[in-house]
Ligand binder design. Structure first.
Ligand code: FDA
Length: 393
């Protein structure tokens, strides 16, 4: 005999757990299934173990989607303040790190315990280490075939996330189910991911590995001002992760290192103050020494400052502040924090997250074509879409 629930949620991640809590509060009998050993593994590792659980500035402008309006309703109905109220109710200490990013003071596990406590309080059931092989329409809802038997449900919520970090159990399950029910899925690609460089450029930049600088990184009209990190594989750091979500193979990105400093003017001032010093020395007072050395060597600038004309100093400054790079690729889903694209939002009701043509089937969280910037925005989408769905169930 199959067990029967009002709602079966597939995926015990951020979105699935929030949805279970809200549906349980509404009196629904809820079962959450996940193939992993532990729930919410991505919450556990997020934010360097402290979980950047929301961003106080989160709004539709911070999300990528083929339909930028889609996320508006859910985000407006469950705000960062709402999640913060829950965090404070559980007496979890938190702090704002930078740019509105809220983190736990102690551990991301506090957020997981909070969600599991809330779930228990509403009587929702969580079953782990459960493989799901099929989701099918049944006369009165859905039939789900799992490694622990058949389960029936009035509604099914797909909350199995995206493809990033397959080592942690990420699968393309949501896209498969969507396709099986005839829903369109947009192209998917890794987002919030370090970018790689072709071997020649990588070798040239290898002396810079480990250097972090403040930078504005631009792709077309989109730009982010955060830290940029040179690595032994290419370029990373928050500024690069942010721009990676907009970047497409073959595109160039522009780097402006230390955008608040007029490096050309500083070099000219340095020449005036002491014409005997080397350009590398003056630049080394503005930029990390290894970067200054690299840029001056690359510019072929030898000799004293007094020997360098304005043009040469301006070109040296431009090599740091008007630097165009064409990345070779990205590190892919292996290290990407998110998957861009997903279930086509035209298939889903933005208020309830229900598939328009399949009553009772819902999609929430990262599997939907809504992807946030770096900085707590992706969890806010998971909470908001999970909450909107849970409320509608
Ligand atoms: P999520 O991936 O959390 O959960 C999906 C669940 O479904 C998992 O438990 C998985 O095991 C399960 N599942 C998958 N396939 C299945 C299958 N076939 N059968 C059964 N179960 C299946 N965001 C943010 O806002 N702040 C941050 O600090 C970070 N930090 C961060 C660090 C790292 C390293 C990563 C990879 C990602 C982040 N993120 C983040 C992004 C954030 O983790 C992500 O957007 C949310 O976890 C998405 O929540 P979901 O619930 O949609 O999916």
């Amino acid at each position: 005999m199959a067990r029967r629930f009002d709602v079966v949620i597939l995926g015990a991640g951020a979105a699935g757990l929030m949805c279970a809590i809200r549906a349980g509060q509404g009196g629904k009998r809820v079962l959450v299934l996940d193939h992993a050993k532990n729930p919410a593994e991505k919450i556990r590792i997020s934010g360097g173990g402290r979980c950047n659980f929301t961003n106080i500035h989160a709004g539709p402008k911070n999300y990528l989607s083929a339909n930028p309006h889609f996320a508006k309703s859910a985000l407006a109905r469950y705000t960062p303040r709402d999640f913060l109220d829950l965090v404070e109710k559980h007496r979890i200490a938190w702090h704002e790190k930078t740019l509105g990013q809220l983190f736990c003071d102690d551990s991301a596990k506090d957020i997981i315990h909070m969600l599991l406590d809330e779930m228990r309080a509403v009587g929702a059931t969580l079953e782990l280490k459960t493989e799901i092989s099929a989701v099918e329409k049944a006369p009165d809802g859905f039939r789900i075939t799992t490694s622990s038997g058949m389960v029936e449900a009035g509604s099914v919520v797909i909350a199995t996330g995206g493809k990033s970090i397959p080592k942690m159990g990420a699968t393309g399950f949501a896209y498969r189910i969507a396709a099986e029910f005839g829903l369109k899925v947009t192209d998917t690609r890794p987002g919030l991911v370090p970018l790689t460089l072709d071997p020649t450029l990588l070798e040239k930049l290898s002396p810079l590995s480990g250097i972090a600088v403040d930078a504005e990184v631009k792709h077309g009209k989109t730009s982010f001002r955060e830290a940029l990190l040179f690595t032994h594989r290419g370029i990373s750091g928050p500024a690069i992760l942010q721009i990676s979500s907009y970047w497409r193979e073959g595109d160039a990105i522009k780097l402006q290192i230390e955008p608040d400093i007029d490096i050309a003017a500083r070099l000219k001032d340095g020449r005036k103050a002491n014409g005997k010093q080397a350009a590398q020395t003056v630049l080394g007072e503005i930029l990390p020494k290894r970067l200054a050395q690299f840029l001056t060597e690359n510019a072929g600038m030898t000799g004293q400052m007094a020997d360098q004309g304005d043009r040469k100093l301006e070109a040296l400054a431009a090599s740091a502040q008007d630097w165009t790079i064409v990345p070779a690729g990205s590190e892919g889903y292996r290290t990407a924090e998110v998957t861009i694209g997903g279930i086509d939002t035209s298939e889903i009701d933005s208020k309830t997250m229900q598939a328009k043509n399949v009553p009772g089937l819902y999609f929430i969280g990262e599997c939907v074509d809504v992807t946030g910037w770096l900085g707590g925005y992706n969890f806010q989408w998971a909470w908001a879409s999970g909450h909107a769905c849970g409320e509608a169930l």
